[in-house]
Design a protein around this ligand. Sequence first.
Ligand code: DNO
Length: 361
Amino acid sequence: MRMVFRWFGEGNDTVTLEQIKQIPGVEGIVWSLHDLAAGEEWPMDRIESLRDQAASAGLHIEVVESVNVHEDIKLGLPSREKYIANYIRTIEKLARVGVKVICYNFMPVFDWVRTDLFKQMDDGSTALFFENSKTTNIDPSELVREITHNSELSMPGWEPERLAHLTSLFDAYREVTTEDLWRNLGYFLDAIIPVAARNGIQMAIHPDDPPWPIFGLPRIITNQANLRRFLTLNDSPSNGITLCSGSLGANPDNDIISMVHEFADRIPFTHIRNVRVYDNGDFIETSHRTQDGTVDIAGIVQAYHENGYKGYCRPDHGRHIWGEQCRPGYGLYDRALGIMYLWGVWDAMENTRRREERKSV
Ligand code: DNO
């Protein structure tokens, strides 16, 4: 397991590369050019300067998260061709600086959704929270009004250029069924996966978060059966998954340990974090520790170990603790604690494995 840490870039992140370098076992950053709109081709000079900056802090840039997919690709519009061509050129450029994995998602309009970014927890920390009823009883036009006037409902991860066109996007998706979305995803994969394969890159789709249709928009990367279907859309080893335990774990029916066992060789990148899910469907992001949430994080790490996992791993959202001011979910402290928990479980498994090996010789 190769540990990496998400970094949003100079001036865009409260965490520094120097701090990241000091977290035990972290070898690289997970990065993107966040100011570029979805669909734009990434400029080579920007890519190279990011690589140089990371290298000077002793960190690699082998994992990109995300190269965002333009809505026209998800909608299957004729204009998708130009955006797919840009995507392909970006893959080729990223390969030239040594990128090995590109994480992306195929969620219509919105990326991850929470209703409160700083929900107060009993121990005095704050964390990302999802209140189910706030997203189920709202019609799209009311939502557009809410988002424009209520900063609480405007999430990080929602790309500004999409928010500006919310009404027309909702209209465009009205005719798009779940099967259309699958078809459009298949079309996209057929175009990009051969390019990724030729360039030594594994594409890794991120599950939908939360993993169910939201605001009347279809979502398909939501459970084990759909992940299986996704992998058969294109059988290449370059067509992979970013298995995110927190996203999938918001639905208690998802058995993530079973997914690790089934898909291990198609998971080039994993996000590991915990959530506590309540009976009414609300959920809060907790510390990474198994006992703090409803997802068995220790069991998931064990499952990776049992499969000899060699992919990249990052801790995911943390709580905001010790008074840290940071991007919601992306502070230094709780994510660094999360890493130490993941290493703790992993290293204990390693020790047992070595002891058993010694015994058998
Ligand atoms: C949330 C992230 C997601 C992820 C994208 C990948 O913190 O895991 O925003 O980066 O869905 O495209």
